[in-house]
Design a protein around this ligand. Structure first.
Ligand code: GLN
Length: 216
């Protein structure tokens, strides 16, 4: 059964695995070059792009991912730090994989404390508004002419797709209670998903914010 891989060097791997498995998909964690063989798609998860970029170089996976992608058989989806890895332009830094024609600004909303959730309509992905989780997120500032913007927010692009089906999102669909983005990516990889699937519940998303005593 054709699988979707998740780059498993650092960052939010398990959450992506749960969403893909909920859709009935075969999943493989990718830690070395040999793990890429035969994959239809590869998710580059959120985490820390400097750390991920360094590990991609040390393991040789960076070069191998670019080679597999150039051959045309591997679709890529970068979430948050993963989108930074894909960008051809990273403000103030050298790019990492440099295979999606976007310019991106890291930590564009501020510190970790400026993380937030919201809902937005992304018609290419779902008829219902989808929940979006932004964690110390970047912003996409420029989008190449061949790419399709899936979601624009206040003056920046939040989700973009290539004609072949590569996807970059500055938020974390794997942390939200919706399978819409994972289903969409699987379809772009040519894989069938279970129509009745529902995501695992994530109790922490429903929890009220706790303010300790003495904190204004
Ligand atoms: N701030 C991280 C970076 O610049 C990305 C954060 C994330 O993936 N949630 O690499």
């Amino acid at each position: 059964m054709a699988a979707i891989g998740i780059l498993a060097l650092q960052g939010g791997v398990i959450e992506h695995r749960h969403h893909l498995q909920a859709l009935g998909l075969a999943v493989r964690e990718v830690r070395q070059v040999a793990d890429l063989a035969g994959l239809r798609g590869l998710i580059l998860p959120g985490g820390e792009s400097t750390c991920l970029g360094r590990l991609l170089r040390l393991t040789g996976l960076g070069e191998a991912i670019v080679a597999a992608w150039r051959q045309g058989g591997l679709r890529l989806w970068g979430t948050c730090a993963g989108a930074i890895l894909m960008a051809t332009e990273v403000e103030g830094e050298a790019p990492h994989l440099g295979l999606m024609d976007i310019a991106i600004r890291r930590n564009a909303f501020g510190s970790q404390l400026d993380s937030f959730r919201c809902h937005a309509l992304v018609p290419a992905v779902s008829a219902e508004p989808v929940p979006l989780v932004f964690i110390r997120a970047p912003q996409i500032l420029r989008v190449g002419p061949d790419l399709r913007v899936l979601l624009s927010l206040d003056g920046y692009t939040a989700a973009v797709e290539s004609p072949a089906g590569d996807l970059a999102t500055i938020f974390h669909p794997e942390l939200a209670e919706s399978l819409a983005f994972h289903r969409h990516f699987a379809e772009r990889c040519g894989l069938e998903t279970s129509p009745t699937a529902s995501p695992a519940t994530r109790p922490f998303l429903a929890r009220p914010v706790h303010v300790p005593h003495g904190v204004a």
